[in-house]
Design a protein around this ligand. Structure first.
Ligand code: FEO
Length: 169
């Protein structure tokens, strides 16, 4: 049985994952509008992944006798400046999510909820991967440069980074 404190914290995480999905969807749409198909493909896939992160949490909470809440979300930004700015925002956002997961893990230890602690290890590993991907992309942008030719190369490159993971809900 989940404690109220753990349910509340998991529900907050459900909201963050849903907001992440919306942020990356907005980034995908912005990139597509700018004509960068590779970046858009990457961001659409990221958005789907975040939805999967959210669903995994919803199912866990409900399976353990809690009630997963589908809440109101903050609207994502509409404009993202340059592509470098956008990927910097992505990394910043992932660091925020990692911090939130860490806090959640801490709460499960305080509550002696070892099952949820174990469940969350998947998210801990996923955050390491997501932060690493964002850093790899920023390194590429810094190497290639922000001019038109560079952006074309970058767009092709980032498409290759799009992970085609099967849904793991
Ligand atoms: Fe689900 Fe990118 O954190």
């Amino acid at each position: 049985m989940l404690s109220t404190k753990v349910i509340d914290a998991l529900n907050q995480q459900i909201r963050y994952e849903a907001e992440s999905s919306q942020i990356y969807l907005a980034m995908a749409s912005w990139a597509e509008f700018q004509g960068l198909e590779g970046v858009a493909t990457f961001m659409y896939a990221q958005s789907d992944e975040e939805r999967m992160h959210m669903l995994k949490l919803i199912k866990y909470v409900n399976e353990r006798g809690g009630h997963a809440i589908v809440s109101e979300l903050n609207a994502p930004p509409v404009e993202f400046g340059s592509f470098k700015d956008m990927f910097e925002q992505l990394l910043k956002h992932e660091l925020f999510v990692s911090q939130s997961i860490n806090e959640l893990v801490h709460i499960t230890l305080e509550e002696r909820d070892y099952a949820t602690h174990n469940f969350l290890q998947w998210y801990v590993a996923e955050q390491i991967e997501e932060e690493a991907t964002a850093r790899t992309i920023l390194d590429k942008i810094n190497l290639i440069g922000d001019d038109k030719g560079g952006l074309y190369l970058f767009d092709n490159d980032v498409k290759l980074l799009t992970s085609v993971k099967p849904p793991q809900v």
